[in-house]
Design a protein around this ligand. Structure first.
Ligand code: NPG
Length: 387
């Protein structure tokens, strides 16, 4: 499909959706989820994309308003040059550095549109081989250990098969030890530090070796590849990188240096599902284990992530939880766990219907923009920066 033929429209939707419980990480507490989704209407078909950028630049540099700005002012004008559809977007967007979450949102919508017209699901397009994936859940920081244990008990009762605990200085070893004591050593358990430690915490981090963790995720700041490599030499617990990995090149560098042995792939963080698939292929080929992370996603990105998680290269359970983990009411029919597994959507594109009445219910604002045709106001400038 090309986007330079008939006129198309792109709508940016900002929503605010209440969370069922506050979600606290080392960089803050979310009570509501500020959402940026986009719809592309083209020749009577609608494709949906979701931007995983949070409201504030705490996880990475990107944030919701920056992504909306970049999409409107820098990506939209370049879409006219993506004459080969989704697979040509990366080249068309190459003149815009970074802003992976913004690019990924556009790619998701274009892919959804293309695959809907071809009647093909994301999972079959990606090469998924499973019709269900193990359900994992990410558990935030709690005001007290008894409250944490109660929350985990609830997640295990409904069937989750692996637990990821958020940790931060002051909330680390003790809660993890208590979780082990309460739920036993068979529980697949991992921790996520979201960059909250430094090399001077190495002695503390080594104590996790007695906790039988599947992995420790992103202990140090994203740019400290060498620090992670040194830490990996003295830890028995495998290191997983998240914030450090922006694409396939970083994956090769991290694995090559021994900075990690596991990669959390968030399609939004690496610029979209096409790059995410490259990360999965290269990571797997280099002997790493890879899995699909989450960003408190609505049913749109959750659907696409489940399709991605169905690839054979994704060997570990991810943040693939039910819609109900975060939302009482979602903007798609809820994704629901069955016996500890999440079904992979099989319908065309993302494979789930977007419930526009729920989009309207949570809407803060929307903005409809025309996807420009080749006759742009400044075609030469756009051409120069994209070719
Ligand atoms: O299940 O969607 C989910 C949440 C998984 O913990 C999760 N995400 O750092 O991995 C992370 C964290 C996150 C959430 C980061 C929101 C940034 C924003």
């Amino acid at each position: 499909m090309t986007l330079d033929g008939a006129a198309g429209e792109l709508t940016l939707w900002r929503l605010r959706m209440p969370l069922v419980v506050p979600f606290e990480t080392s960089f803050g507490t979310q009570r509501d989820k500020d959402v940026l989704i986009l719809s592309i209407n083209f020749d009577g078909v609608t494709g949906w994309g979701e931007c995983c950028a949070p409201a504030e630049p705490g996880y990475s540099e990107e944030y919701l308003d920056s992504a909306a700005h970049v999409i409107e002012h820098f990506l939209l004008p370049r879409m006219a040059f993506a004459t080969g559809g989704a697979t040509s977007l990366a080249a068309a967007f190459a003149g815009v550095r970074g802003h992976h979450m913004a690019k990924a949102a556009v790619e998701m919508a274009v892919l959804d549109l293309e695959l809907k017209t071809k009647q093909m699901s994301f999972a079959s397009y990606f090469g998924g081989t499973r019709d269900r994936v193990e359900a994992g859940v990410s558990v935030g920081i709690f005001p007290s250990i008894p409250e944490l244990l109660t929350a985990i008990e609830g997640y295990l009762r409904v069937g989750y098969r692996r637990i990821k605990l958020k940790i931060a200085p002051g909330w680390d070893l003790e809660p993890v030890q208590e979780v082990r004591r309460e739920f036993g050593t068979d529980l697949p358990l991992q921790v996520d530090a979201n960059c909250a430690y430094t090399r001077s915490d190495t002695r503390l981090l080594r104590k996790f070796d007695d906790c039988g963790l599947e992995m420790i995720e992103q202990p140090f700041v994203a740019s400290d590849m060498m620090g992670h490599a040194q830490l990996a030499k003295v830890l028995e617990t495998p290191i997983c990188l998240d914030e450090s990995i922006h694409g396939a090149h970083d994956t090769v560098a991290a694995l090559g240096q021994g900075a990690c042995s596991i990669v959390n792939i968030k399609p939004g963080r690496v610029g979209g599902y096409l790059e995410a698939r490259r990360v999965a292929f290269v990571g797997h080929a280099m002997g790493a284990q890879v899995w699909c992370g989450g960003m408190v996603d609505t049913g749109i990105a959750r659907a696409a992530n489940l399709a991605f998680a169905s690839l054979p290269e994704l060997t570990l359970p991810g943040d693939t939880s039910e819609s109900a983990r975060f939302f009482e009411v979602d903007i798609t029919p809820p994704h629901q766990m069955i016996d500890g597994y999440m079904p992979v959507p099989t319908g065309p594109g993302i494979g789930v219907e977007v419930l526009t009445e729920n989009v309207r219910r949570f809407e803060v604002e929307h903005r409809t923009l025309r996807i420009p045709q080749r006759a742009l106001r400044e075609p030469q400038r756009v051409l120069e920066s994209t070719l």
